[in-house]
Ligand binder design. Structure first.
Ligand SMILES: Nc1ncnc2c1ncn2[C@@H]1O[C@H](COP(=O)(O)OP(=O)(O)OP(=O)(O)O)[C@@H](O)[C@H]1O
Length: 366
């Protein structure tokens, strides 16, 4: 295999007529990284992937792979390979011919391309099915054929467009582990488009969260989850409450206080300097029930819903101008003192569990 190459996306914009699909995004994906482009439908993930592959023209900006600016190169000359959502296998060809297809296009002799295709099928543990047609395989096996077909060109980067979406949930989790293993053993860069937070968290070294054609945050999964940069990222990653609050300067430094609309300051000191309003995130599993601790922040509301989830219980509370605030409690904690819908409940959390969020994605730092 080739040495893994960095992918440098520099101020890349994609317009389709009047529609801005991707707006001046910049990111460097280090060589050998498993990178997931994550975001809701229409945020520009696929357009970004297709521009890296060369299947879509770049309106402005440049893409570099290793030392080569590939902006104007055709797909076959970029050193990338693409695996499509639908696998795009040829139904009338057997597995060997499917896998060998791109070598045939390049004019490789028949013996050579069949030998290489067999090697790729062996890598994917499909050698026993070499003479079958794609329709005679399971979904997971078809996916491995598509991988073999993409990897036969010895790419520096493999580009995967929602590669797991056609699989049932059980197979999805299994193939996810296989993709991760494959990337680690090949050592090449994988760029994987997904709208599933869970998939991105499980696979990626770097998650690029996109929204409305822009990058909201690009960081390791743990950082994206524990330190979401914006309200969008916190909401999209899930398991966070996003509320409005104010930073307050006091003698001990900056402190963040929650100011529910129409409610009151909590744990504030009259001498404190009230700062700007900001969005705050509080992880749902960091919320506790009961009286506020001395430095504890919180509010009292009414329980609007309770969902049993096995190991945990999800409690929704509304009050103090906050419409829907979620607390996830361990099952034993919940059942020790069970509460019911309609009960009043005090929720609290610690100062160090408050994350101050940036306003827009423009504050993106690598
Ligand atoms: N060929 C096209 N012509 C016109 N508009 C397009 C075209 N392809 C994409 N778009 C628009 O560009 C925006 C970004 O689309 P893109 O497919 O990149 O998003 P996505 O995040 O991959 O979405 P999905 O998850 O639904 O595939 C959308 O508003 C989409 O409607």
């Amino acid at each position: 295999m080739n040495k893994a190459s960095e992918i440098d996306i520099a101020s890349v914009t994609k317009l389709y007529g009047a529609t801005t699909a991707v707006e001046a995004i910049s990111i460097k994906i280090p060589g050998g990284t498993y990178c997931c482009l994550l975001g809701p439908s229409g945020c520009g993930k696929t357009s970004t992937l297709r521009m890296i592959a060369g299947h879509e023209t770049i309106t402005s900006g440049d893409i570099r792979l290793g030392n080569t600016v590939v902006t104007d190169l055709p797909p076959a000359r970029r050193g990338t390979a693409m695996m499509f959502q639908s696998y795009a296998l040829f139904p009338h060809l057997d597995l060997v011919d499917n896998v060998a297809f791109s070598l045939k296009m390049k004019g490789a002799p028949k013996d050579e391309r069949r030998a290489k295709a067999m090697k790729m099928l062996e890598l994917m543990e499909l050698q026993a099915y070499a003479t079958r047609k794609p329709a005679q395989l399971s979904g997971g096996q078809q996916q491995r054929v598509a991988l073999a077909r993409a990897l036969i060109t010895n790419p520096q980067a493999l580009l995967l467009d929602e590669p797991l979406s056609a699989l049932d949930p059980f197979l999805k989790v299994r193939m996810r582990a296989e993709l991760k293993k494959l990337q680690a053993s090949l050592g090449i860069t994988f760029v994987h488009v997904t709208h599933s937070q869970e998939e991105a968290m499980a696979l990626a070294d770097v998650i690029v969260v996109m929204n409305d054609g822009r990058i909201e945050q690009a960081a390791a999964p743990r950082q994206v989850f524990e330190r979401p940069a914006t309200a969008f990222v916190a909401r999209f990653m899930g398991n966070h409450n996003v509320i409005s609050g104010r930073t307050v300067e006091n003698r001990g430094g900056t402190m963040t206080l929650v100011v529910p609309q129409g409610g009151r300051f909590i744990a504030t000191d009259p001498t404190d300097e009230i700062g700007e309003t900001a969005d705050l995130a509080i992880r749902t599993d960091r919320v506790r029930i009961g009286m506020a601790a001395r430095d504890g922040l919180g509010f009292t509301g009414t329980i609007t819903n309770i969902e049993y989830r096995g190991a945990s219980v999800k409690i929704s509370v509304a009050g103090a101008g906050i419409e829907d605030f979620i607390a996830i409690l361990g099952d034993s904690e919940f059942f020790a003192t069970p509460v019911r819908i309609g009960d009043a409940l005090h929720l609290c959390w610690n100062q160090e569990d408050v994350i101050v969020l940036g306003r827009t994605g423009s504050e993106f730092h690598q």
